[in-house]
Design a protein. Structure first.
Length: 318
């Protein structure tokens, strides 16, 4: 997918697919792009990336990331790093591209506020889910409005505390990972249901009859790598078994895209040690960012802000 500053999209929107109250629209493109970037999950699984504290004392807002491969590395905003190698679990603030065979500082936020402990093992991994969708939205909004392009750590903690109350879950260290573990069985039933086609490069996900988020990648491979995590992120926000059919249609997705086009926009260069350029957008209805490299879309994320309760279903699934 290629786009200019006016965000002229060239993908097709598929018909909605529904499982329980989660609704998915796949976005497809006939344009084939070569996979030149490794995804973070693949790199971590195959020991091609290493993450550690920036020094022995550590710093809440930064981690050191080494790309040990001969390919560029794609790290998605809202990916969660867990394990006792870190002083506390962290969530990535924003999508970045790390050059091949290089080390950079990764901007992160704490998502386990009651732990700050010395490394007791080499155990570190990526969570199977991204940060839940409401917190993803708030982070994008805060980065746009921040002088330093940084998420608001206190709002991250507030969102997590609220999610623990909603799910009636307890955690000694307030690790967001505990919420996913509690809901895992129900969520995985939804994840397995949605399978992208070979031309799909993106997805719009809704809850009930309200659209939540949009993610578009440079290739079908990247979508397949991240789709399960994207669905878990939304399902963690509002999972409900239902026999009712959504009112959402493809026209709602196009309305979503028009809101993005009309929003306020700012252009930024990538941070030191990373590649690409950002086009961030934000207003009272939508927020998100487009990351490009050599004028090609690498990751495009958008979210509708929560302004009202999703409408009730009125027609049952046939």
């Amino acid at each position: 997918m290629k786009t200019d500053q006016k965000l002229n999209f060239n993908f097709d929107v598929g018909e909605p697919k529904q499982k329980n109250n989660i609704v998915v629209f796949f976005l497809s493109s006939k344009e084939k792009m070569k996979d030149e970037l490794l995804t973070f999950p693949y790199a971590m699984k195959n020991n091609l990336a290493e993450v550690e504290e920036v020094n022995k004392k550590g710093f809440i807002g930064n981690l050191k990331l080494s790309n040990k491969s001969d390919q560029k590395l794609l790290v998605l905003g809202s990916e969660i790093l867990v394990g006792n190698k870190l002083k506390q679990d962290r969530v990535v603030d924003e999508t970045v591209i790390v050059p091949e065979n290089s080390t950079t500082t990764l901007r992160v936020s704490c998502c386990e506020k009651n732990r700050w402990s010395p490394a007791v093992s080499e155990n570190i991994s990526l969570s199977e889910t991204l940060l839940f969708s409401k917190a993803r939205t708030n982070n994008a909004d805060d980065i746009y409005n921040s002088k330093y392009n940084k998420a608001d750590q206190f709002r991250v903690w507030e969102d997590i505390d609220e999610k623990f109350e909603e799910n009636e879950t307890k955690s000694f260290t307030n690790s967001i990972e505990e919420i996913y573990k509690k809901r895992r069985n129900n969520v995985e039933e939804i994840v397995k249901y949605f399978q992208p086609g070979e031309d799909d490069i993106g997805v719009v996900i809704g809850i009930g009859s309200r659209l939540v988020s949009l993610d578009v990648f440079s290739s079908n491979t990247h979508l397949r790598d991240y789709l399960p995590r994207l669905i878990r992120s939304v399902a963690l926000d509002s999972f409900k078994k239902t026999g009712y059919k959504t009112f959402l249609k493809t026209t709602d997705v196009y309305k979503f895209l028009r809101l993005i086009e009309r929003s306020d926009k700012r252009i930024y260069n990538g941070t030191t040690g990373s590649l690409g350029n950002y086009l961030r957008f934000n207003d009272n209805l939508v927020t998100g960012a487009l990351l490009t490299l050599e004028q090609k879309t690498i990751h495009f994320y958008a979210s509708l802000k929560e302004l009202s309760t999703p409408p009730d279903f009125k027609s049952k699934v046939a």
